[in-house]
Design a protein around this ligand. Structure first.
Ligand code: B12
Ligand code: SF4
Ligand code: SF4
Length: 242
């Protein structure tokens, strides 16, 4: 079986077997020596690990996006900012992403392929609010999607979902990147829904203030079922890219 098929089977099997419902995962591959990796420090404004710092003879970065179901998207589009179902998906999907990554590493090891991964989240400095390994940046390099005005990854199946990545020392042909943005605002200037609806003012047409967003998330997470904020994931791009 081709290596990419083996990996895709692991991702799909874990997603299908999870007790929560998801849509079809999107999987992409970036070349570890893609020149875009060398530009990330400047683009993000924080020191980022190159794939070869994660794994010295890295060849491929595997990225997988797990899109949330339409039932959750329907729930977050209601006029409320606290959606327990979003919180449940936040926690469960982090566990699922971690499990998928570990299963890929186990399978790769059985095939004598080395691998490395970073957790889906909580891998960032709590003061600067920046991490050393950005799954979103790898997803864009791997052609899974593009950045939206919401500063999130938008895929052909939308922005509402979570993602993870694994680095391996075997070559898989890189995926093709989309030729234009999946965000309506970047495409036609016609949408700003995410910025207009952001409850904290962190997200505007001009900038994203991660400290303000984080303060809102911290202040809101006073109960276990209030994890995260779904608002900038709930616009027209929630379930589809444009
Ligand atoms: C730190 C962090 C936060 C911080 C800071 C966010 C930030 N933007 O920096 C806080 C706590 C505020 C936060 C909030 C949220 N987060 Co958060 N967070 C992370 C974490 C750990 C690192 C993010 C990071 O590295 N940011 C730095 C860069 C990548 O982001 P950026 O500066 O906004 O990117 C811009 C530029 O730097 C540049 N750029 C960056 N890379 C590249 C690459 C190329 C090729 C180009 C051209 C440009 C470019 O363009 C981008 C868009 O303008 C990741 C997990 C991980 N390790 O990847 C999750 C992650 C980004 N979070 C996620 C989510 C869902 C959220 C929330 C919705 C909360 C929630 N879960 O309910 C909000 C959304 C806020 C928002 N609108 O962005 C998801 C994103 C899913 C998606 N569809 O994109 C991630 C990937 C977690 C996961 N495993 O799925 N988060
Ligand atoms: S809500 Fe509209 S402007 Fe915001 S990211 Fe989605 S498509 Fe772009
Ligand atoms: S997560 Fe919520 S507070 Fe943060 S930018 Fe998105 S809508 Fe605004």
């Amino acid at each position: 079986m081709k290596l990419s098929h083996t990996i895709e089977k692991i991702v799909r099997t874990e997603v299908t077997n999870n007790f929560l419902e998801y849509r079809e995962p999107i999987i992409g591959y970036a070349a570890a020596d893609d020149p875009l990796y060398a530009t990330l420090d400047d683009k993000i404004g924080a020191r980022q690990f190159h794939p070869k710092e994660m794994l010295p003879d890295a060849k491929t970065v595997i990225v997988y996006f797990i899109p949330f179901p339409l039932s959750l998207i329907h729930a977050i589009r209601q006029k409320q900012h606290i959606v327990p179902m979003w919180s449940q998906y936040y926690d469960t999907t982090n566990e699922l992403l971690e499990k998928i990554g570990k299963n890929i590493l186990i399978k790769m090891s059985a095939l004598n392929i080395k691998g490395a991964m970073d957790p889906p989240t909580e891998n960032f400095d709590s003061i600067s609010l920046t991490g050393h390994w950005a799954h979103k940046a790898s997803a864009v390099i791997a052609g899974i999607g593009t950045f939206g005005l919401n500063h999130l990854l938008i895929t052909r199946l939308g922005t509402a979902g979570r993602l993870g990545s694994v680095i391996i020392n075997a070559a898989i042909p890189p995926s093709t990147r989309p030729s234009s943005s999946y965000c309506l605002y970047y495409k036609s200037g016609k949408c700003r829904v995410c910025a207009e609806k952001c409850p904290s003012g962190a997200l505007t047409e001009e900038f994203f203030d991660r400290f303000r967003c984080n303060a809102y998330l911290d202040g809101k997470n006073i109960r276990d079922d209030q994890q995260g904020c779904p608002v900038c994931s709930s616009g027209p791009c929630a379930d589809k890219g444009f």
